[in-house]
Design a protein around this ligand. Structure first.
Ligand SMILES: *Cc1c(COP(=O)(O)O)cnc(C)c1O
Length: 497
């Protein structure tokens, strides 16, 4: 299987796509076609454990990797997760499920892909004959950064540099990143928001001058953001896995369509669901859930993407994004895979802050996606009601998704023709990652300190506290630098020495 760029350019192998991170002309790599998964193959996957299911999906895209080795790497990667199941499906009530993706080392769904990315990259370098040192440059809205640091910590031949928005991540997320161990890591705050961080990183990627300077130092750039197909493809696996679990627990028959509600920021997670559907997974609607930064809701409802608005800080910081990178990949599909049209729109987005879909593209988008958003009050209300009803504490991002799922149910409630399907809400983070906001949502009370918040949530919910978060309390801050967005590359050079 080869990968092509959304903005044109030559096609490359999976290994090359992973190593390069970004395609020529500033585009993103996408698979040349979507490999099919037949109903019979889904039937086969029911009896498999998670690493086996993941190997089946990843193997279709990364067929240039030795398949036994890939499977072994997946087994190792997911052995670090609590209870050995990285993606348990929890039944809440008839028709409603939570796909818990927060049982990894850093307590957010990013772990599922980042656990395997080091293998994909290291082996990818071997396969491509790359000898240079790799610098993983990452912009984070809070969770990717920590997951990348943890998975690449002390990896030979790799350095990791993470940029996060100074005031745009939760205290817990900041603590997780700034106390990171490892000799090959660096963490830098950016005086700006996530879009400034991500914009700065993309500028470095696209700049021939920056790349030349790095080449002089014997360094090759790669990315741990979801622009990298090595991040995106592993995320497809858990949608298939959830579907298999619904069949094996007798909730659906193989072939029944299922809805997924996904809390969305950079559009990576929900794009993986769309890819799963393109491969043959029976999906009804994909509920694209946003917080107050509801660019995507407007896009799905009106067909115009308009980033010209002010980014607001919310209690779901990992979704505080106005420019969703991965939307470019969906756009590429909606245009019938037209690189020229994709370039045109991305240019328009860069110069005017907006672009619009044609009527038939909007129709295709709305056929599959339902967009809804939750403001802060909606989120708190949803989390409170959910806890009261089911005694289950949602994290703030999952609260946004639950609200959007309820909106969708509400919308089809009066429609006698609407198909009634199982709803899987994708739970992207542990509530203990956002203890102050979660405690407030559950009780209406503020708590000053994150660790006190953790303790109190534990007292009222009895949900197990992840050891990695408890341990943060005693770890010293190693990284304290923050810079202006236009000084990011200087920091990169300083780090490389
Ligand atoms: C990253 C993240 C999201 C958004 O995922 P995208 O793939 O960027 O759309 C949602 N929730 C949490 C907890 C996250 O860390």
């Amino acid at each position: 299987m080869n990968f092509i760029g959304t903005r044109g350019g030559e096609s490359v192998t999976g290994a090359e796509a992973v190593v390069r991170g970004m395609a020529e002309g500033g585009g993103l790599y996408v698979p040349e076609y979507f490999p099919a998964v037949s109903p019979a193959e889904i039937e086969e996957m029911i009896g498999m454990d998670y690493p086996e299911r993941a190997a089946r999906i990843l193997g279709k895209y990364f067929d240039d990797y030795p398949q036994d080795e890939l499977f072994g790497a997946l087994k190792n990667a997911y052995a670090q997760f609590d209870d050995g199941d990285p993606a348990p499906l929890v039944k809440i009530e008839d028709g409603l499920f939570l796909l818990e993706l927060f049982h990894g080392p850093t307590c957010a769904f990013k772990d599922l892909a980042l656990a395997i990315l080091p293998y994909l990259l290291r082996k990818g370098c071997d396969l491509c004959g790359v000898k240079e040192e790799i610098l993983i440059l990452t912009a984070t809205s809070g969770d990717t950064g920590k997951a990348a640091l943890e998975s690449f910590r002390d990896a030979p031949g790799v350095k990791v540099m993470v940029f996060y928005p100074d005031d745009g991540v939760s205290k817990m997320q900041k603590m997780q990143m700034c106390t990171q161990d490892g000799e090959n890591v660096n963490v830098v705050g950016v005086r700006g928001n996530f879009d400034d961080c991500q914009g700065g990183v993309k500028r470095i990627f696209r700049s021939a001058e920056c790349r030349d300077k790095l080449r002089e130092k014997g360094v090759l750039l790669s990315s741990a953001n979801s622009i990298n197909v090595g991040r995106l493809i592993p995320q497809i696996a858990y949608y298939f896995s959830a579907y298999c679990d619904l069949i094996s627990s007798g909730q659906i028959k193989n072939g029944d369509r299922v809805d997924f509600a996904v809390p969305t920021g950079n559009f990576g997670n929900i794009l993986a669901a769309y890819y799963a559907n393109q491969m043959g997974l029976p999906v009804g609607k994909l509920i694209c859930a946003s917080n107050r930064n509801n660019v995507l809701t407007d896009f799905i409802n009106k067909g115009t993407y308009d980033r010209k608005r002010t980014l607001v800080k919310t209690m779901s910081p990992s979704m505080d994004i106005l420019v969703s990178s991965n939307l470019e990949r969906l756009l590429f599909e909606l245009t019938g895979r037209d690189p020229a049209l994709t370039v045109e729109r991305m240019k328009s987005l860069a110069s005017t802050g907006r672009y619009s879909l044609r009527a038939e593209e909007l129709m295709a988008l709305r056929e599959k996606f339902f967009g809804a958003f939750a403001n802060e009050e909606d989120t708190v209300d949803c989390m409170y009601e959910f806890f009261t009803e089911f005694n289950y504490p949602l994290d703030t991002h999952t609260g946004v998704a639950m609200h959007a799922a309820r909106e969708y149910e509400h919308k089809i409630a009066d429609d006698v023709n609407a198909e009634r399907r199982q709803m899987v809400v994708v739970s992207t983070a542990s509530p203990y990652k956002f203890p102050q906001a979660v405690y407030y949502a559950l009780t209406g009370n503020d708590v000053k300190d994150s660790f006190k918040g953790i303790k109190r949530i534990h007292l009222i919910t009895a949900m197990k506290v992840p050891e990695s978060l408890k341990a943060l309390r005693y770890k010293p801050f190693r990284f304290k630098t923050s810079v202006a967005p236009d000084k990011m590359f200087d920091e990169v050079l300083a780090f490389l020495g």
